[in-house]
Ligand binder design. Structure first.
Ligand SMILES: [Zn+2]
Length: 348
């Protein structure tokens, strides 16, 4: 029985104690390392989380009044949120500065707040802010300009046209805005028929020779015959994408035959055979391919003023608010429409 127990003075006992101690030390060191790394990780997580959410409105007020950060620093922070599209945070900061800050830059901060409301799509709030600025400072062209945009986006064209007068008195060029608003009010007038709208738009075009794209886009859509009748061949390149999408049955072959660019465009599309080459690279490729390859033209629109690129046509740039600054860019793509029709035909 005694042989089952190891005696206290047995050297084997010391060896076992030694290994047990090593095991205990290794276990505690592993536990401590794992605990520490978890604690560090949680600490870093907590630290990073504070950048994902802004303090509440009350906390912001306390922070701003405490003066730990200057008003300029808060404005820079709000502006960086505005630029990154985080309008909610930008609005919270502007409101907190207006509530808690000194009143020295009140009008400027109100303007920034109104601009952010406008960009975020809170048009009614933006309108109230700009009207309040103008109540005390009627000669503020920036506020007038944004008020005009707000009315335009709200489709209140008469109010927008009213804003042009004070802007004009401040020596701001409002010609383009005036023509654009006139066209918009015609296009959105529910009492007018498509024919009346076409004739009214043509009247505007004949007297101003501006907004060609906007006016002819509508005319080619609702009345291609009228559009061809008043078509100015010198504007062919400007209207390339509209012309490219005109239905084959609506083409005016006499006008096409008389204009070099139109001959190239419709030869490239495969409707006529009146050109053997083109100075436009994409059209030249399509003319030379002669419809043997499944390719077509696609278009992009660049604002000449701010260089913003859009996948769709625009009359007022949503980025810089300039009017009629769209420039076309061509590219060649696969013709999915032809692919689809060929697939359908194969079942017949
Ligand atoms: Zn622009």
């Amino acid at each position: 029985m005694n042989s089952l127990f190891i005696e206290f003075r047995d050297p084997l006992f010391s060896v076992i104690i030694f290994f047990v101690l090593i095991f205990i030390i290794a276990f505690f060191s592993y536990w401590w390392g794992s605990f520490k790394s978890k604690r560090d990780f949680r600490h870093l997580d907590k630290f990073l989380r504070q950048f994902n959410s802004l303090p509440s409105q009350n906390e912001l007020n306390v922070l701003i009044t405490s003066g730990e950060l200057s008003e300029k620093s808060w404005l820079l922070l709000a502006n960086s949120y505005f630029k990154s599209g985080d309008y909610e945070k930008s609005i919270e900061i502007y409101n907190a500065i207006l509530e808690a800050g000194d009143k020295s830059n009140y009008r400027e901060i109100m303007f920034l707040l109104g601009r952010t409301y406008f960009k975020a799509g809170f048009l009614e709030r933006a309108k109230q802010i700009f009207l309040e600025i103008l109540k005390n400072n009627p000669r503020t062209p920036q506020a007038l300009h944004y008020l005009l945009l707000v009315y335009e986006y709200m489709r209140d064209y008469n109010s927008a046209l009213d804003v042009l007068e004070p802007l004009n008195e401040l020596n701001k060029d409002v010609t383009a805005d005036s023509i654009y608003l006139k066209c918009l009010s015609i296009l959105n007038d529910v009492k007018l028929s498509a024919e009346d709208k076409s004739h009214k738009l043509l009247e505007v075009y004949k007297t101003t020779h501006q907004l060609t794209y906007m006016i002819f886009e509508y005319l080619f859509r609702v009345n291609p015959k009228l559009a061809w009748k008043h078509f100015d061949s010198s504007k062919s390149e400007l209207l390339s994408d509209i012309l490219w999408h005109v239905d084959k049955k609506d083409l005016d072959l006499d006008i096409i035959a008389q204009n070099g660019y139109l001959r190239e465009l419709y030869t490239a599309r495969g409707d006529v055979d009146l050109a053997i080459k083109s100075s436009v690279f994409e059209l030249n490729i399509l003319i030379n391919l002669g419809g043997k390859v499944n390719a077509t033209m696609s278009f992009e629109y660049i604002c000449e003023s701010c260089k913003q690129v859009y996948p769709f046509a625009f009359s007022r740039c949503t980025n810089c608010h300039a009017i009629d600054t769209s420039r076309l860019e061509y590219s060649l793509t696969k013709d999915y429409h032809r692919d689809f029709s060929e697939e359908n035909n194969s079942f017949q």
